[in-house]
Design a binder for this molecule. Structure first.
Ligand SMILES: [Zn+2]
Ligand SMILES: [Zn+2]
Length: 454
């Protein structure tokens, strides 16, 4: 199906039993697509438009766009967030609101990341539509209807709404910084493990799954892996494939009503690394760059897990003893030591879902034991960690924790604590259930350091 046939609240009556729809009205990914912005604003019933940029996105598209807007006679305000590398937190949102012109009745987010997240959130709160004018094919959140923001130092997903339109001008996208293009590829490569997590969660927890959505995400993966050289070479057609894959992945999330189809353990690790950097006040790699490295880590962990079944019944016996000895106070103490001022939110989540309690872990261990051959079969369908590491290294993009400033402590604690950010079953909770977290985290770290597998 063509992307535009999937939009505009068209109901897909799916065999999974759900009705899927995506409220984005239009996606335009082509050369000179900026020229379509005035028409889209007219169509959306604009009176006056508020264009939001950061410094980099203004340099990438602002000059050309403001000319086009001026020539078309559209009433507009252009506001540039002055801060270098702004993060979507209370301060930046407040600054944008202070500078918002209340005569404006539509927001145009010019960017690919923070500017989108802020516009998605503010426009939702102000009950205004917004459009996205992408400046880099760097992540898959364009079609998203939620806003990942930093609140109280914690990355939290807030409800918001999907954009009216997504506009990707290939002349701009193909000139995006190389690391942003590589980040977009990394975000897509993370889908191998997010799909695998979903399949396994379905078996172990009975979580809903939809084959049609899984195949949409696989289509996005195929568009990128089959055209990787064209994308890396900034060929217009290649960049179009990447941008379409990113939008498609976003549509799959919109169809699901959450990020499950496109976000698993690799995303939990990347969110965790990002939070650790924010708490330390350090710069962190782009989201998709972190996801690419995390995907290699999760793939290696799955390989190690599938290989450690020499005596699985002994492993399961150990896991049961380990689960029964679980101490929630020790867990809480550990979470406080890791998450600092964000710990309260993490502890509140666990207090409501109790995913680590023996009453939930022990029945899951039974399911894992019964379905072990099926789980191994799903893991066998994954590409190898070496394969994805090779793709990243050839781009070139970082392919190891060291390449994204994640040290041994942050890496190994991520295996323990990243899963606590969400109640979403995947590799990290599976390792916890089997009492394997620390052993596998340290073996995966060794893999990155010495390059040896198994
Ligand atoms: Zn479905
Ligand atoms: Zn992502």
């Amino acid at each position: 199906m063509n992307i535009n046939e999937m939009l505009n609240n068209k109901i897909i009556d799916c065999s999974c039993g759900k009705e899927h729809f995506c409220s984005v009205k239009t996606v335009i990914i082509e050369e000179a697509a900026l020229g379509s912005v005035p028409g889209i604003l007219e169509e959306a019933g604009y009176r006056k438009a508020f264009f939001l940029y950061d410094r980099n996105t203004y340099l990438a598209a602002g000059y050309k766009l403001s000319e086009i807007i001026k020539d078309s006679g559209i009433q507009a305000v252009h506001y540039v967030i002055e801060e270098n590398s702004p993060v979507p937190d209370e301060k930046t949102i407040g600054t944008v609101l202070l500078n918002f012109d209340s005569d404006c009745n539509i927001i145009a987010a010019v960017g690919s990341g923070t500017v989108n997240d802020i516009s998605r959130f503010i426009s939702f709160k102000l009950k205004l539509p917004y459009i996205i004018i992408a400046t880099a094919p760097s992540m898959d959140g364009f079609a998203s209807s939620v806003a990942p923001l930093i609140s109280g130092g914690m990355k939290t997903t807030y409800p918001a709404h999907a954009p009216y339109a997504i506009i990707g001008d290939l002349d701009i996208l193909k000139n995006a910084p190389a690391e942003m293009i590589a980040a977009g590829i990394g975000d897509i490569l993370g889908k191998y493990t997010s799909l695998c997590d979903w399949e396994i969660a379905h078996i172990i927890t009975g979580e809903y799954k939809c084959e049609a959505l899984m195949s949409l995400v696989r289509q996005a993966l195929h568009e990128v892996t089959a055209n990787i050289n064209m994308i890396a070479g900034r060929d217009t057609e290649g960049i179009k494939n990447l941008m379409e894959a990113l939008v498609l992945s976003g549509i799959a999330m919109s169809y699901a009503g959450n990020s499950r189809p496109a976000s698993g353990s690799e995303h939990h690790l990347s969110h965790y690394w990002e939070m650790i950097s924010l708490m330390k006040g350090e710069e962190h790699a782009l989201h998709g760059t972190q996801v690419g490295v995390a995907a290699v880590a999760v793939l290696k962990a799955y390989e190690l897990l599938a290989a450690c079944d020499v005596d699985f019944s002994e492993r399961v016996g150990y896991a049961r003893t380990n689960a029964a000895m679980y101490c929630s106070r020790c867990w809480e103490k550990y979470i406080r030591s890791i998450y600092g001022r964000a710990a309260d939110q993490v502890i509140a989540l666990e207090a409501s879902v109790k995913k680590n309690y023996p009453s939930n872990v022990l029945p899951r261990i039974d399911k894992i034991e019964n379905a072990w051959e099926d789980i191994k079969g799903i893991i066998k369908g994954l590409p190898s960690a070496d394969n994805i590491k090779g793709i990243l290294s050839r781009l070139p993009a970082p392919y190891s924790p060291a390449g994204i400033n994640v040290d041994k402590d942050a890496f190994e604690s991520g295996f323990k604590a990243a899963k606590e950010l969400r109640n979403r079953y995947g590799l990290l909770q599976l390792l916890f259930d089997l009492g394997l977290t620390e052993d596998i985290a340290s073996d995966v770290w060794e893999y990155f350091i010495h390059g040896c597998s198994l």
